[in-house]
Design a protein around this ligand. Structure first.
Ligand SMILES: NC(=O)C1=CN([C@@H]2O[C@H](COP(=O)(O)OP(=O)(O)OC[C@H]3O[C@@H](n4cnc5c(N)ncnc54)[C@H](OP(=O)(O)O)[C@@H]3O)[C@@H](O)[C@H]2O)C=CC1
Ligand SMILES: O=C(O)[C@@H]1CCC=N1
Length: 268
């Protein structure tokens, strides 16, 4: 595959790392673009990676173009590359928050296959939960998008009208889970562990909980029931957390995050 990543910042670099580390398919060429490429020198040593500030060169050299710029930057890029886009050759994959497939199609003015994706930064370690949606023009290429993102984690094809919700749960979700792990680390330090040990304990406990659910298919409460000894320490801690509003705070945070995406959608 010949892939271009346009706008390699936080997410673009994570995808680049995931792509070069995955082994499911050959990346014949990977083109990375950003305006200031000085921090991408390390990438030049990769055999199939080309670094360039030219989005047009990237589109000419690639079949699959993954757009990773901020929402406010996307229209400039689309206007810059639209004349180079070929309806038969190119697949455009957007990672842009709050931008509909139709918004992109309207700027391009061509029937190029467009797929909207929502990966997260764990794509760098091939553990992303990536949601995908498409419209009629992109349907024939949804399998190709699944192949790409399945090599770097899990994928789920969803209706486009659920993409904002998926952004909050899966992409922002990385930050939310990080904060929970950090809070657990702080608690462990207060209980007497040094910071590195506390972080390792919190992180492995989190991985263990997630793996239990993934491998058993159980509901979280079923696994909680196995841990909570009657009159024991776990239920005491858990109930105190709920009295302090833990579940409520998380749900309210997800709703606030969702509200913000509606605002991003208006700010074109
Ligand atoms: N960060 C995340 O976890 C996730 C982000 N997203 C979405 O991905 C997109 C990118 O987010 P994120 O990576 O955090 O943002 P960043 O700001 O980190 O990255 C955007 C990159 O685009 C480059 N850029 C800006 N203008 C141009 C241009 N004209 N041509 C080429 N490159 C350009 C910038 O570099 P330079 O200034 O050098 O050009 C920058 O490195 C957003 O739309 C976001 O909503 C989606 C899921 C998760
Ligand atoms: O915070 C944001 O707006 C983007 C979308 C999801 C992750 N980062």
């Amino acid at each position: 595959m010949k892939i271009a990543l346009i706008g390699v910042g936080n997410l673009g670099l994570s995808i680049a790392k995931g792509l070069v580390d995955q082994t499911n398919f050959d990346v014949e060429q990977l083109v990375l673009t950003k305006r200031n490429v000085s921090n991408l020198d390390g990438w030049k040593k990769h055999p199939h990676v080309l670094v360039t500030p030219s989005n047009i060169d990237a589109v000419r050299a690639s079949d699959i173009i993954i757009l990773c710029v901020q929402p406010s930057q996307i229209n400039t890029i689309l206007n810059e590359i639209k004349d180079e886009l070929d309806e038969k050759r190119h697949l455009l994959i957007s990672t842009i928050t709050g931008r509909k497939i139709q918004d992109i199609a309207d700027v391009i003015g061509k029937k190029v296959a467009i797929i909207r994706s929502m990966p997260n930064t764990a794509i760098s370690v091939r553990e992303s939960m990536t949601c995908l949606s498409t419209n009629a023009n992109g349907k024939a290429k949804i399998g190709l998008a699944e192949e790409i993102f399945n090599a770097m984690g899990e994928t789920m094809v969803i209706d486009e009208n659920k993409m904002q919700a998926a952004t909050v749960v899966c992409a922002s979700g990385i930050a939310f889970w990080m904060r929970l792990i950090r809070a657990t680390t702080q608690g462990a330090i207060q209980l007497g562990f040094d910071a590195p040990d506390a972080k390792e304990m919190a992180t492995q406990a989190c991985l263990g909980a997630a793996t239990l659910l993934l491998e058993s298919g159980n509901h979280p409460e079923e696994e909680i029931d196995r841990v909570t000894t009657p009159m024991g320490c776990t239920i005491s801690g858990l109930n105190e957390m709920e009295h302090e509003g833990m579940s409520s705070a998380l749900i309210k945070g997800l709703m606030k995050s969702y509200e913000k995406i509606s605002q991003i959608m208006i700010e074109k």
